[in-house]
Design a protein around this ligand. Structure first.
Ligand SMILES: CC(C)(COP(=O)(O)OP(=O)(O)OC[C@H]1O[C@@H](n2cnc3c(N)ncnc32)[C@H](O)[C@@H]1OP(=O)(O)O)[C@@H](O)C(=O)NCCC(=O)NCCS
Length: 235
């Protein structure tokens, strides 16, 4: 069921490590994606006004505005969520992370490709988009790319690239422009806030350790009981 997949994603990706109950009940991003599934299904069947009503209710409840026409892949994690806007022709791949205040919007009325034309970005699998970033126009953000908080992106981002600032560029290009790169070695990119090098589950690991310790204690207790039973002189 999708709700469990989304809850696992929340637990894996939020450094606050919520419980399962918290993930389902207190994460507007999870609720927004589920409500969008309903709105999108209605939209595709031609019930556009009803779809808009569901999407509007979604915005009212979660603070996240997703046009019913937007196509969203699996395990999207919208963290915090408030103020996120996702346009009608936006497409989002799998395992994407979006923080609050992000817009996947159109750039200008001039670049509309006519009614039904593509106006909004396509976001590749595994992309992370920082808080307040604006990604505009029918551009592609390549798989695994990272967009810094408050960046404004209006042109293609290659797969795996990190871009920051306005207009968004890789950090080393900003350093060259400001002269800050003189005589310094660029730092290795870190995974970034809320991103993981590899999936980890510290709570699960802790439980596994406790279970192993409990099993060892039970075994020890059983041994002691057997020894006690076998040595009546000690009683
Ligand atoms: C883009 C990002 C993933 C890059 O992470 P990173 O690879 O660890 O990069 P660093 O933090 O080492 O920063 C590299 C350089 O870019 C600058 N930089 C990083 N993010 C920036 C941003 N959003 N805007 C402007 N400059 C930024 C840093 O100051 C640093 O500059 P310097 O080398 O001149 O000192 C990260 O900075 C970011 O913006 N993450 C989103 C965080 C977010 O939205 N959090 C909300 C949580 S509620």
């Amino acid at each position: 069921m999708e709700i469990f997949e989304l809850a696992r994603t929340v637990r894996d990706r939020d450094p606050a490590r919520p419980t399962w109950i918290e993930a389902v009940t207190c994460y507007a991003g999870l609720q927004a994606v589920l409500m969008h599934r309903v709105a999108h299904a209605l939209y595709r069947r031609g019930f556009k006004a009803l779809a808009r009503a569901v999407s509007h209710t979604n915005r009212f409840i979660t603070g996240i505005e997703i046009h019913p026409g937007a196509r969203i892949g699996r395990r999207l994690f919208i963290d915090h969520g408030m103020g996120v806007v996702i346009g009608e022709t936006a497409e989002i791949g799998d395992d994407v992370l979006i923080y609050h205040g992000v817009t996947l919007g159109g750039l200008s009325l001039a670049n509309r490709a006519g009614p039904g034309g593509k106006r909004h970005p396509t976001i590749g699998d595994g992309v992370a988009i920082g808080a307040g970033a604006q990604v505009l126009g029918p551009i592609r953000v390549g798989e695994g790319a990272r967009i810094g908080a408050n960046a404004v992106v209006a042109s293609e981002v290659p797969p795996g690239e990190t871009v920051i600032g306005i207009p968004a560029r890789p950090p080393h290009e900003h350093r060259i422009l400001t002269g800050a790169s003189v005589g310094r070695t660029p730092p290795a990119p870190s995974p970034g806030y809320g991103l993981l090098d590899q999936p980890c589950d510290p709570v699960g690991e802790e439980i596994a350790t406790l279970r192993a310790e409990m099993a060892a204690l039970r075994a020890e207790l059983a041994t002691l009981k057997r020894q006690q039973a076998g040595v009546p002189a000690a009683e």
